[in-house]
Design a protein around this ligand. Structure first.
Ligand SMILES: Cc1cc2nc3c(=O)[nH]c(=O)nc-3n(C[C@H](O)[C@H](O)[C@H](O)COP(=O)(O)OP(=O)(O)OC[C@H]3O[C@@H](n4cnc5c(N)ncnc54)[C@H](O)[C@@H]3O)c2cc1C
Ligand SMILES: NC(=O)c1ccc[n+]([C@@H]2O[C@H](COP(=O)([O-])OP(=O)(O)OC[C@H]3O[C@@H](n4cnc5c(N)ncnc54)[C@H](O)[C@@H]3O)[C@@H](O)[C@H]2O)c1
Length: 451
């Protein structure tokens, strides 16, 4: 395997979810591996994505739990919330995780350069310090960054990157976008006491999810006090004398907010990477085009994760990194990642989880389907007097009884979905679920009790 013609067998640009996995697995297979990271080891998920976001989601949910506790006999006096304490505690844990990621790479013998890298020629990488390195293979795993639409005053906005570091919880926050990040952060800030307004250019939230779940989250969010402005686009933002922001949007009167957060999707990080120098082909959104083995049109350059804009999720980037390393650096027969039937979740309040086809997709592609639905109030919500209903849906192919989709909104639905997704992935039938005894009393039992 070692090829001394080059300094390394593999050079990975970007040490996030995909780059970390690929580097350490390639090294374990015997490759000489180096990598560059321009910001912090761990990438988006660990440093400013999934992980700190989930910690804030937990922190936020205490607002409801403390309120509900009264119905369970608890008196909690003098409750108060300290944002700075939570923010700093989260950041301390992120520092710890970053350290662990670095250690793992060290232990696997991966040389990490903590600086920016650029491809400067065939098999050649130049670091920002000027160091030139050659590698037999190059893996681009540079991820994506927030897309901020251009309009006058857009420089006054923040993105999820900054949301983790705010000095205080904004009294009024406008969040632009109707996707994952917008709905997750709307829930977080709302629970912390902000007055939250979501602005979206269409009138649909979470467009890839089943319409019934979109509708249910919208209704619950409205009931919790989150405001929605649909079919609205930014015209301008001006800074007022008191530091607040005056926002003008199409079809709406100008309004003042303390923060404006943009969550309108993420774009691949390809700028200044030198891809043009070696002729790497890009797609319409600037994503690196790859085949099913994550190989670009340049024989020795591969790309994994968000920079390829296939499915922007951490477990997908990790699988792509693993498959790349196994396929290129081991004796295992090269294999491709199966991008079908990927389960996903939105950590809104309450969360959503889904796998497989929505009802609409199944009707269009299969025609004859059966839809089973359970619309119920979780026992904890009943006792707490919280009028918040969960909704579970199962979509079945009428031709063979196979479950082609499961969709849930309700407490702990992502936790429940991980196991249910296996059943959909392997093609179990509704009869298989019916034949399984319920665990009572749970919310998950609804999945085997559909009538
Ligand atoms: C707020 C938020 C919440 C999210 N929540 C979830 C979630 O709950 N579940 C989930 O599955 N996914 C979630 N995601 C998506 C997930 O974080 C990404 O899909 C995942 O991190 C992609 O991994 P990656 O390896 O492609 O890139 P990244 O993890 O983004 O890593 C890329 C790395 O490359 C570095 N880099 C870029 N250019 C260079 C260069 N030229 N030289 C050196 N280094 C460079 C960057 O600094 C970065 O560290 C979330 C994303 C965000 C923004
Ligand atoms: N729980 C999770 O797994 C999780 C959480 C956060 C992010 N992510 C990943 O990160 C990605 C990015 O998240 P996101 O919420 O930014 O994107 P998204 O694709 O989920 O949503 C983007 C939203 O912005 C709107 N939009 C797009 N362009 C716009 C424009 N020019 N003006 C106004 N609105 C516009 C879209 O209509 C959409 O509602 C997601 O696609 C997801 O893959 C995953």
């Amino acid at each position: 395997m070692p090829d001394t013609e080059y300094d390394y067998d593999l050079f990975t640009i970007g040490i996030g979810s995909g780059g970390t996995r690929a580097s350490r697995v390639a090294s374990a297979h015997g490759a000489r591996v180096a990598a560059a990271e321009e910001y912090r080891v761990g990438g988006t998920c660990v440093i400013r994505g999934c992980v700190p976001k989930k910690m804030l989601v937990y922190g936020a949910h205490f607002a409801e739990d403390i309120e509900d506790a009264a119905q369970f006999g608890w008196t909690i006096e003098g409750k108060s919330f300290d944002w700075v304490k939570l923010r700093d505690h989260v950041q301390t844990d992120i520092d710890r995780l970053e350290g662990l990621y670095g250690e793992t790479l060290d232990n696997h013998g991966v040389t990490v350069f903590r600086e920016r890298a650029e491809i400067t020629g065939d098999h050649e990488i130049t670091l920002s310090s000027g160091k030139v390195i050659t590698a037999k293979y190059i893996l681009v795993a540079t991820g994506a960054r927030p897309f901020v639409p251009e309009f006058p005053g857009s420089e006054h906005t923040i993105t999820s990157n900054e949301a983790f570091h705010l000095d205080e919880v904004p009294k009024r926050i406008l969040i632009a976008g109707g996707g994952y990040i917008a709905n997750e952060f709307a829930g977080i800030f709302n629970e912390f006491g902000s007055r939250v307004t979501i602005v979206n250019r269409s009138d649909v939230i979470l467009r890839s999810y089943d319409a019934a779940l979109q509708d249910r989250l919208l209704k619950i969010s409205l009931a919790k006090g989150i405001e929605f402005c649909f079919n609205a686009e930014f015209e301008s933002i001006e800074k007022n004398e008191d530091g607040s922001l005056r926002v003008k949007m199409t079809g709406h009167d100008a309004r003042d907010f303390d923060q404006v957060m943009i969550a309108t999707g993420r774009v691949p990080n390809i700028e200044g990477l030198g891809l043009d120098k070696v002729g790497v082909e890009l797609g319409k959104k600037g994503e690196i085009k790859v085949d099913e083995f994550s190989k670009t049109n340049v024989d020795y350059i591969y790309a994994v994760g968000d920079v390829t804009d296939r499915v922007q999720l951490t477990p997908v980037a990790i699988r792509e990194g693993q498959a790349f390393a196994d396929s290129v650096f081991s004796d295992i027969e090269p294999y491709a990642v199966d991008h079908s039937c990927i389960p996903s979740a939105v950590f809104s309040h309450p969360p959503i989880a889904a796998v497989g086809m929505t009802e609409g997709e199944a009707r269009n592609s299969l025609g004859n389907i059966k839809v089973f639905q359970s619309d119920f109030r979780a026992m904890k919500n009943v006792v707490a007097g919280r009028n918040e209903r969960s909704l579970y849906k199962m979509i079945v192919d009428a031709a063979n009884d196979k479950i082609v989709g499961i969709h849930m909104i309700g407490p702990e639905s992502p936790e429940i979905m991980q196991a249910a997704a296996i059943a959909v992935k392997v093609g179990l039938t509704k009869a298989d679920f019916d034949s399984t005894t319920a665990i009572h009393p749970t919310m998950a039992e609804e999945l085997v009790l559909f009538k």
